[in-house]
Design a protein around this ligand. Structure first.
Ligand code: HEM
Length: 428
């Protein structure tokens, strides 16, 4: 199959007219014209974007596509307030708007911590670092954290109640839940929570982040726990540069994504009263509903672009060596060839397992199991404790600048009224 020719007079950039629950119709138009469409990249060359489900999965599981060089597609403006610092998902050094003051140290192979971002690595180098952190993110580990997350969410519900009756679910609820869980899993002690937020939620320099990580490693050296830092310090195969690089990535990656999903799921339910009522009637349906939140509310319009290391044929299309290929989870999650009738609509009782909201293949999301618990607990508690909750306004119902150059939807404020909620007991 051939790739549609790009119009020489109109650059093909990612469309900015979509919202999380109503993506740009351009994505569906590209999906209809073929599995791959031409797409312009920021360095001036033309690559491709995959929009069909089967093509997206094929690219993500094919080792002939490399994460290097790291290239960003051309898209609409990026929100300056969030693009600085680590608010995007695992931003690359190139994508970071703050000047990168390298922390100075290199390992024996001449690598700096910043190069050791899992999303910049392939093959054995990637596998080694991923293996070092995966055990802490297993299904079993996530299940073991449920009681802690449940109690923390209950405390956040009380904070909301005190702040209400009008609150911003994004800033006042979702961001707290994701930052607190992040610290818990990584092993950042409570007394460093405010510093973590100042450095990893707010803008800061790379040097400030590494100074914090180094201090933390020193402090935690004699204080093992059930967390990532403990595992990394005990791993004889990792050198200090690798440990610092992994922590820098993990402290930034996924936190905003969890908060985004909590905010987007809230908007989806509050704008679909029939489905809100159905979920309230059968709260045990929250597990499959989380998968539908992930499918219909996926935040990645495209993932980090891959590059073909040789000529590769995918779904009948020949992709020449050197071509940059972006894949679109948002488009794949709505491909009628995979999802059947009406994939554009949000339907909390749909079987949405198999969505690409967490990516797919060897770079698939490390934090997805704990993220599922966070979203499940956050939404369940909200519905249970605020029976009269009503949406006042949500920024994400209107197109917003992307939150990261890779093309990520922004959550934005979700203003609700909580009036009429029943009181709950504070967690032990
Ligand atoms: C709802 C929440 C989340 C979403 C939607 C999400 C989404 C994703 C996606 C789509 C990828 C693949 C990127 C690509 O292939 O280009 C990814 C990778 C990754 N995620 Fe998440 N994520 C979430 C939460 C988390 C959390 C909580 C953490 C860590 C605590 C995390 C850590 C990572 C890491 C380290 C990678 C890179 C994996 C690799 O390259 O091997 N994510 N995530």
């Amino acid at each position: 199959m051939s790739i549609p020719a790009a119009c020489p007079f109109h650059a093909r950039s990612l469309p900015g007219d979509g919202t999380p629950l109503k993506p740009s119709p351009q994505l569906a138009a590209w999906r209809e014209e073929g599995a791959f469409s031409p797409l312009d990249f920021q360095d001036g060359h033309e690559g491709l974007v995959a929009t069909r489900y089967d093509a997206v999965v094929s690219v993500l599981q094919d080792p002939r596509f490399s994460m290097r060089p790291s290239r960003m597609p051309v898209g609409p403006a990026v929100d300056d307030a969030t693009a600085h610092g680590d608010s995007g998902h695992a931003p690359t050094a190139e994508a970071e708007a703050v000047p990168l003051e390298l922390p100075g140290e290199l390992d024996e192979a001449g690598r700096a911590s910043d190069e050791l971002n899992l999303l910049n690595l392939d093959g054995a180098e990637h596998a080694k670092l991923r293996r070092a952190v995966m055990p802490r993110f297993s299904v079993r580990q996530a299940r073991g954290r449920e009681p802690w997350i449940h109690a923390m969410v209950a405390a956040e519900i009380e904070r909301l109640r005190e702040k209400g009756p009008e609150v911003d679910l994004w800033r006042d609820y979702a961001m707290h839940i994701s930052a607190r869980t992040h610290c818990h899993v990584i092993g950042i002690p409570e007394h460093h929570f405010d510093t973590f937020v100042a450095l990893f939620v707010e803008p800061s320099t790379a040097q400030q982040k590494y100074d914090f990580i180094r201090g933390l490693l020193e402090e935690r050296a004699g204080d093992p726990g059930e967390d990532v830092i403990t595992d990394l310090l005990a791993n004889p195969d990792l050198d200090r540069i690798e440990i610092e690089g992994l922590l820098r990535l993990l402290m930034g990656a996924g936190r905003d994504s969890v908060a985004y999903l909590i905010a987007t799921a809230s908007v989806a339910l509050l704008t679909h009263p029939d489905q809100l009522a159905a979920l309230r009637g059968e709260p045990e349906r929250i597990r499959p509903a989380v998968e539908e939140f992930m499918r219909a509310g996926a935040m990645f319009v495209t993932l980090f672009a891959r590059t073909a290391t040789e000529d590769v044929e995918v779904e009948g299309t020949l992709i020449p060596a050197g071509t940059s290929v972006s894949v679109s989870p948002v488009a794949a999650n709505r491909d009628p060839a995979h999802w059947g009738d009406d994939p554009e609509s949000f339907n909390a009782s749909r079987d949405a397992f198999g969505h690409i909201g967490f990516g797919y293949g060897i770079h698939g999301c490390i934090g997805q199991q704990v993220a599922r618990v966070e979203i499940r607990e956050a939404i369940t508690a909200l519905l249970e404790h605020f029976p009269d909750i009503a949406l006042v306004d949500a920024e994400q119902l209107r197109p917003q600048p992307f939150a990261h150059p890779v093309a990520v939807y922004e959550a934005g404020s979700v203003i609700v009224r909580l009036d009429g909620a029943a009181a709950i007991a504070a967690p032990a």
